[in-house]
Design a protein around this ligand. Structure first.
Ligand code: SAM
Length: 270
């Protein structure tokens, strides 16, 4: 039974948005100084012979989190496009995409204004912008982006179908939706059904749970060190859980199949 704090707010939709917004605001306020730029479980390449992604020394520190972005963003040619990331967290992913894939513009949106303040403080590039906003009612005009990226954020939304509707609305014709997150295995079919109902055409789908799990193993020591050095003892248990350290129920839920991590590419074909 996956009844821990991650999933409890899901049973109370009205509180869910408030919970996650407050959670990330508090984390950014008290722990904004911790040098982490990603907040996802990471991705490890499992196929033999895959060329190792070349990274500079700074990016290397968060290789696996960054590889999740790379895996998702690399599905289509982003060069020269207007790209929106929803749930951009601390902005490391939008910053990486702008540098690596060279879209014309990169816009990051997050519900946490404290996260957005960190994004603006840490990343400044031409045509890279960050705004506070809600995935379920985006502030952008219809047909304003060529691609929307969403990584490990949608589990926080009370009505994911509102978000999908917004993705459809802000995408231009032939635009892409690149979407990755996890769910309890019982909820996977419902997410897929809701995606089908958007009118977006499914181009690709992948279960990447194994890649995530291997990344969690490889990241265990680094995350453990960050938590021990920065988080007060009484909060360390919950930090281990959220970080998905080995032995936590979060980690076990991926290991025993209770949770699945999926990745979809969809296209607006109208
Ligand atoms: C687990 S973090 C992932 C952040 C980032 N994608 C990454 O991989 O580093 C989830 C993010 O989703 C954001 N979020 C939660 N609910 C949201 C909503 N309704 N609209 C926009 N962002 C939201 C949170 O504030 C948080 O930054």
């Amino acid at each position: 039974m996956l009844s821990d704090i991650f999933f409890l707010p899901g049973k109370l939709p009205l509180l869910k948005k408030l919970f996650w917004k407050s959670w990330y605001n508090i984390f950014a306020y008290y722990y904004g100084h911790i040098n982490i730029v990603f907040m996802n479980y990471g991705y490890a390449n499992l196929s033999e012979g895959t060329q190792k992604l070349e990274l500079n020394a700074l990016d290397e520190k968060e290789r696996y989190c960054l590889q999740l972005y790379y895996h998702v963003a690399n599905s289509i040619e982003l060069k020269g496009l207007d790209v929106l990331e929803v749930g951009c967290g601390r902005g490391g992913g939008s910053y990486f995409i702008k540098r690596h894939f060279q879209p014309k513009s990169m816009t990051g949106v997050d519900i946490s204004e404290k996260n957005i303040a960190l994004c603006r403080q840490n990343y400044s590039l031409e045509k890279l912008n960050f705004y506070q906003g809600d995935a379920e009612s985006l502030q952008f005009d219809d047909c304003s982006f060529d691609a929307v990226i969403n990584i490990e954020s949608s589990h926080c939304y009370p009505h994911v179908n509102y978000f999908f509707r917004e993705v459809f609305r802000v995408l231009r014709s032939n635009g892409y939706f690149l979407f990755a997150d996890f769910r309890h295995y019982r909820d996977i079919a419902s997410v897929r059904k809701q995606l089908e109902n958007t009118g977006l055409k499914l181009i690709k789908e992948e279960d990447i749970t194994k890649n995530i799990l291997v990344a969690m193993n490889l990241e265990n020591e680094r995350k453990n060190k960050i938590i021990q050095e920065n988080i007060p003892k009484f909060l360390q248990g919950i930090a281990y859980y959220f970080a998905g350290l080995e032995g936590t129920r979060m980690y076990e839920s991926f290991q025993n199949g209770e949770c699945e991590y999926f990745y979809y590419v969809l296209q607006k074909k109208v």
